[in-house]
Design a protein around this ligand. Structure first.
Ligand SMILES: N[C@@H](CCC(=O)N[C@@H](CS)C(=O)NCC(=O)O)C(=O)O
Length: 216
């Protein structure tokens, strides 16, 4: 039953998995991979052998390696079903997955470390342009999520219904990332209120970057 998470304290994709593990009350060994030190520990051959994409997180469970945060979270959901992080009915499950994917596929990849390094390096962009780029894509995603959360939340404290789902697990790390570029959340009041509530919950607090053993 041993779980080992390859993680980095500032990685928002790893943050998602840390939240899911904490919500399910699962103990795990944390194996940090520093994304900047020595050209990136996630680029070393031993890690690429585990995850050929060279991205964190990766989860090892009894010798099986799983990559991609959503695949990891869905795996945890299937193997450790309680508490459930997906609603029971298919339409609800689809709505939750759609919100999680809005973060994982349409916001976060455009703000990933290697993308920002390419903008700075190969494309010669400066701080202002790179920050503007990051803000632009988060704003576009949050504008849509604001409406989706208003549509699906039952209590104004969760993205869907009145309990924590994978949509919440994916939202909070992206909100934390948005603070790194001083994005004002005022235009997304429903999203901001949900995030504020979620960030007060023990599992989200335990998983936050500053609480990780490798935090600098
Ligand atoms: N879609 C992947 C994204 C993983 C990802 O982009 N991880 C980032 C950290 S948040 C990373 O490893 N970046 C290293 C790099 O870009 O070189 C997932 O959800 O797991």
């Amino acid at each position: 039953m041993a779980l080992r998470l390859y993680t980095y304290w500032r990685s928002s994709a790893a943050f998602r998995v840390r939240i899911a593990l904490a919500l399910k009350g699962l103990d795990y060994e944390s194996v940090p991979r520093h994304l900047l030190r020595d050209g990136g520990e996630h680029r070393r051959a031993d890690y690429l052998a585990l995850n050929p994409q060279g991205l964190v997180p990766a989860l090892e469970h009894d010798g099986t390696v799983i990559t991609q945060s959503l695949a990891i979270c869905e795996y945890l959901e299937e193997v450790f079903p309680r508490p459930a992080l997906l609603p029971a009915e298919p339409s609800g499950r689809a709505a939750v997955r759609a919100m999680a994917l809005a973060v994982a596929c349409d916001i976060h990849p455009l703000n990933n470390l290697s993308v920002l390094m390419y903008l700075r390096g190969e494309l010669g962009q400066g701080d202002a342009a790179v920050t503007g780029w990051t803000r632009h894509w988060i704003d576009r995603g949050f504008t849509a999520l604001e409406q989706l959360i208003a549509r699906h939340s039952a209590d104004g404290l969760h993205c869907f219904g009145a309990s924590v789902t994978l949509a919440d697990v994916f939202l909070v790390p992206q909100v934390v990332n948005s603070r790194r570029v001083q994005l004002d959340l005022a235009p997304y009041p429903t999203l901001a209120k949900v995030a504020q509530h979620l960030e007060s919950l023990p599992a989200f607090r335990a998983a936050r970057p500053e609480a990780q053993p490798d935090a600098e």
